[in-house]
Design a protein around this ligand. Structure first.
Ligand code: SAH
Length: 685
């Protein structure tokens, strides 16, 4: 079935109708899925195989037939492992139809069709009995239904159901058990992802402090998990206040309860400080003795040599409802509350904690709306004082006593900064649309009558909105919530074009221009997510590779994808190159902007892809980069803007550059279609 879905184009802002259907959704799901990453996770695969072999042996030793239930079979990998280990029969359940189809092919190609039955159903729909999907209940339960938060993909209700209906009492489970660990930390960096810190503004009449509204201060935030590559967080960015503590574990071989509950541990800080964050990760024991353990523990807990890179399981950052000063050695209770799909934390001093009644804490729900308007990286960005300083410096250059300002950016603090910097007569308007009401902030700073919020799309702006004034200063960060790829924020340019008739002839636009930059890189690990697997633990999974390739080529061909590169180390192989510029002092041109050329590979390494990012030129000598912050020229180590995602274009084939005397060159062609706002690119190695 085909349907047409309307959406606002993130760059141009215009409404467009896209043909969307089942095909589109499933190609998206496969292309961006973590299947390839799981199949590359050697540590996981090897340990699952060991665990499965051990479980089959235990069942056989008891003289029973080994009947396996594999819930969420994906490629069929774990069922094929079980069949190879001597299982008599495997029921491989997969709810996602394209995957179930792939599993059938893969199982057949590997010669296991007589031992593995793929069932395209959700496990809770599976029937047991002579006419059912399964002839009888299984005595081995194999699953891999975990996400970074362990339970976020619905493992608990699935296990609960399986134990009731699909497996025998006393069954073997692989994994046998999962354990969740936590550590209490203080971290200004991570805390800045949830809180808005006061902003200092050096104004002509003294220092002004911009205060966050109390609603934001006291808001518990949002319940969605914050999962990151904690191994990329330098130890200087946080301070551990407690030892690593076991929070709770789940035995998968016994009936599992999914109903909401809580777990509580007592802990004593090893150091005094401000408790702000709970870092958390889990491990799984593949068999009861705990000898085969697969852990997500970060580098400071585990020797670096044993670290397996993976992107499908990372670590979690939980924000405590409020910052709590703690003393070394004092008694604290840490409570983990969970529902069927998510976990949240609360910290109490021992005395308060003894009162059991207040143990159950509600799941965090944002009341201030700021956590809905700004995601976590955006909070981090707004708290970045260096960045704020650049804007203040630039605003100071352009603001005059009689300026009439218009700000176009989602949930921006620029108008407030501008107000404190400018003379009292300055008028500010904020063009505000597509997002939630932002008056909270102005209210907290008594600016309601100073800054006028206009709720209109740029093309619908009328002179009356501006009290018949012409705009002398147009500002934007630019930042828009709808931006996924770096150049989507060029929407500022389109909005600027739409409001042209309201601009004074000598208008100042800040930023005055933007530029697109590019660099060829070798990834330390990220290349794995787009690299074919071929075989996995001896099983041919090429069908899966082909399927991912097809999906990547479906409409998405020649497209870059967003990744926060501070989490994914890479080495530059070329110099950074400015490839396109966008002049905000003029309107968006009718014609396309294109460029081509070649870029030399200066360092030895594998060219996995090109990274692209935007830089905004606020004033003649003030530029903000949303990508590369620093490049150490010797080794090519890159430091990326920690608050932004960069665009990564993976090359379809990787070249290895060896020599430096005659550098290899990569040729590129990049085209910005001003009508669609899309950037198409092509590289030849
Ligand atoms: N077992 C494979 C794939 C794991 S990914 C491997 O280890 O490589 C998890 C898969 O489980 C996904 O394909 C998802 O669609 C499927 N899934 C999740 N919950 C399910 C359920 N309750 N019933 C059936 N399939 C499920």
């Amino acid at each position: 079935m085909k349907t047409f879905c309307g959406r606002a184009n993130p760059t141009t802002g215009s409404m467009e109708w896209l043909e969307e259907g089942e095909d589109y959704d499933y190609h998206q799901e496969i292309a961006r899925s973590r299947y390839a990453d799981m199949l590359h996770d050697k540590d996981r695969n090897v340990k699952y195989y060991q665990g499965i072999r051990a479980a089959v042996s235990r069942v056989k030793e008891r003289g029973e037939k080994a009947i396996v239930l594999d819930i969420g079979t994906g490629t069929g990998l774990l069922s094929m492992m079980a069949a190879s280990a001597g299982a008599d029969f495997c029921y491989a359940i997969e709810v996602f139809k394209p995957m179930a189809n792939a599993a059938v092919k893969i199982v057949e190609k590997n010669g296991f069709s007589d031992k593995v039955k793929v069932i395209n159903k959700h496990s809770t729909e599976v029937t047991v009995g002579p006419d059912g999907d399964m002839q009888c209940q299984a005595n081995i339960l194999v699953t891999e239904l975990f996400d970074t938060e362990l339970i976020g993909e619905g493992a608990l209700p699935t296990y609960e159901h399986a134990h009731k209906y699909l497996v025998k009492e006393g069954c073997e489970a692989v994994p046998h058990r999962a354990t969740v660990y936590v550590q209490l930390v203080e971290s200004r960096r991570m805390w800045s992802w949830k809180k808005l810190f006061p902003v200092r503004v050096e104004a002509e009449d003294g220092e002004k402090i911009l205060v966050p509204p109390s609603e934001i201060e006291n808001c518990p935030g949002v319940p969605s998990v914050c999962d990151i590559q904690l191994n990329q967080m330098p130890s200087s960015d946080f301070s551990t206040l407690s030892d690593v503590v076991t929070m709770f574990s789940v035995d998968f071989s016994k009936p599992v309860q999914s109903a909401s509950t809580y777990y509580r541990v007592q802990l004593e800080p090893v150091k005094s400080g401000k408790a702000q964050i709970v870092l958390s990760w889990w491990d799984i024991d593949m068999e009861p003795s705990g000898m085969i353990n697969c852990t997500m523990a970060p580098y400071w807990v585990k020797p670096t040599s044993a670290l397996q890179w993976r992107d499908h399981w990372m670590q979690c950052v939980y924000f405590l409802p409020r910052e709590e000063p703690v003393l070394q050695g004092e008694k604290l209770y840490l409570t983990a509350c969970r529902d069927e799909y998510s976990v949240w934390y609360n910290l109490q001093k021992a005395r308060e904690g003894e009162n059991k009644a207040d143990v159950g804490v509600e799941s965090p729900v944002c009341r201030c709306r700021a956590h809905l308007l700004w995601n976590r990286p955006r909070f981090g960005q707004l708290n970045d004082q260096n960045r704020t300083r650049q804007y203040i410096k630039s605003l100071r250059k352009v603001l005059k006593a009689d300026s009439v300002c218009l700000c176009i950016s989602d949930g921006s603090l620029l108008p407030v900064l501008a107000h404190y910097l400018g003379a009292k007569q300055v008028q500010y308007f904020v063009l505000f649309f597509r997002s939630l009401h932002f008056s909270l902030f102005f209210k907290a700073n008594n600016l309601e009558d100073k800054i006028k919020i206009i709720e209109a799309r740029p093309e619908l702006l009328k002179p009356s909105h501006l009290e018949d004034k012409k705009i002398s200063v147009l500002v934007g960060e630019p930042f828009f919530m709808t931006s996924l790829l770096p150049w989507h924020n060029l929407y500022f340019w389109y909005a600027r074009t739409a409001v042209s008739t309201h601009l004074a002839s000598n208008v100042t636009v800040l930023p005055q221009s933007a530029s697109l930059h590019m660099m060829i890189v070798e990834f330390q690990d990220l290349w794995r997510i787009r690299s074919p697997c071929g075989t996995c633990e001896g099983f041919d999974v090429q069908t899966m590779d082909d399927m991912i390739k097809d999906s990547l080529n479906f409409r998405e061909s020649k497209e870059a994808e967003p990744h926060p590169l501070w989490e994914y180390p890479c080495k530059s192989l070329s110099d950074p190159l400015e490839v396109l510029t966008f002049d905000f002092t003029k309107t968006v041109p009718q014609h396309c902007l294109s460029t081509e050329g070649s870029v030399k590979l200066l360092r030895k390494g594998k060219s996995h892809g090109a990274v692209l990012w935007m830089e905004y030129h606020l004033a003649d000598d003030i530029t903000i980069s949303t990508g590369l912050m620093q490049l150490s020229n010797g080794k090519g180590n890159c430091e990326w803007n920690p608050h932004c995602k960069q665009a990564v274009y993976f090359f379809s084939s990787v070249i290895e550059s060896e020599i430096l005397s005659d550098p290899t060159a990569v040729t590129y062609a990049i085209n910005f279609d001003t009508k669609t706002g899309e950037i198409a690119m092509d590289f030849k190695l």
